[in-house]
Design a protein around this ligand. Structure first.
Ligand SMILES: O=C(O)CCC(=O)C(=O)O
Ligand SMILES: [Fe+2]
Length: 275
């Protein structure tokens, strides 16, 4: 049976669309990672913190960095944002998140005040590796991206709706098929999210919003947080570090009109066996 022209055009279009999608998927680059650098300072993570991260999936560490270090890093970040705005972009559908982001590398020509924080964040993964030999069981065999996300929420009720940083159901070959699996290369190895805020120290969530809301205990099928019985709101104060399970923890950035700046590192790690 012959095909008419419309059929052929439709088939051609379909083939073209598939080819582009496939090429797109295959070309989606994996993230460049290294073994975590050893810390040059005393360990930041206490056993209590590691235990909480392991059992609850989330831990907040206020004052992980001094206000002098954070102030210096903030100055560099603001300068980059204001003078090189064009190098920042929105990473997702604009109704999902409105922050502007740029990836910054742990390399020599990154301004030193910012690089100091970046290197320290990457070395947190080395602390997790060492903790493996004690009790830590959330993830193992950690690797760290060379590039960290610098995110600026800049007014007009900017927010990031509820999400998981590594949505397991969106990144398993058997769940999503080859195309989507290939496309998930940038996030499917994420194990632990590490964030450091570069804001002022006296950020007031009640007045200006911008809290990180963590939906602890939310069910896997819940994408908005309604099943969480104990949501927590974290103040994004300068110097605070948060660590959480990228696969499990549903979270969002609450809307804010105040400029809000954060560095995020996604530590890669194999999940514990029960996952
Ligand atoms: O800045 C924050 O508090 C969280 C940002 C976030 O969820 C993300 O970038 O994936
Ligand atoms: Fe996130």
């Amino acid at each position: 049976m012959g095909r008419n022209r419309a059929d052929l055009l439709a088939l051609g279009g379909l083939a073209g669309a598939c080819a582009i999608t496939l090429a797109d998927a295959i070309l989606t680059p994996a993230i460049e990672t290294t073994k975590p650098p050893k810390s040059t300072r005393p360990p930041l993570l206490t056993n209590l913190m590691l235990n909480k991260l392991d059992k609850v999936g989330f831990v907040e560490i206020p004052n992980a960095f001094s206000s002098i270090k954070i102030g210096a890093a903030r100055e560099v970040a603001v300068k980059l944002y204001e003078e090189e705005t064009i190098t920042f972009s929105n990473q997702n559908a604009v109704d999902v998140r409105q922050d502007m982001t740029k990836f910054i590398a742990d390399i020599e020509n990154t301004p030193v005040a910012l690089r100091a924080i970046i290197t320290a964040m990457r070395s947190i993964a080395a602390e997790l590796d060492e903790a493996e030999y004690s009790d830590f069981s959330l993830t193992h065999s950690h690797r760290v991206p060379v590039n960290l996300q610098l995110a600026v929420y800049d007014g007009a009720k900017a927010e990031y709706r509820a999400h998981r940083d590594n949505p397991v159901l969106g990144s398993r070959l058997e769940d999503v098929g080859l195309l989507h699996y290939l496309k998930s290369a940038p996030y499917r190895a994420r194990g632990i999210t590490c964030i450091v805020y570069l804001n002022v120290e006296d950020w007031n969530v009640e007045k200006v919003g911008g809290g990180l809301e963590v939906f602890l205990g939310a069910e896997d099928s819940d994408d908005v947080g309604e099943t969480s019985e104990s949501p927590e709101i974290i103040t994004p104060a300068g110097g605070t570090m948060v660590l959480f399970d990228s696969r499990e923890i549903l979270h969002r950035v609450m809307p804010t009109d105040k400029r809000r700046i954060a560095l995020t590192l996604w530590i890669e790690g194999e999940p514990r066996l029960s996952k």
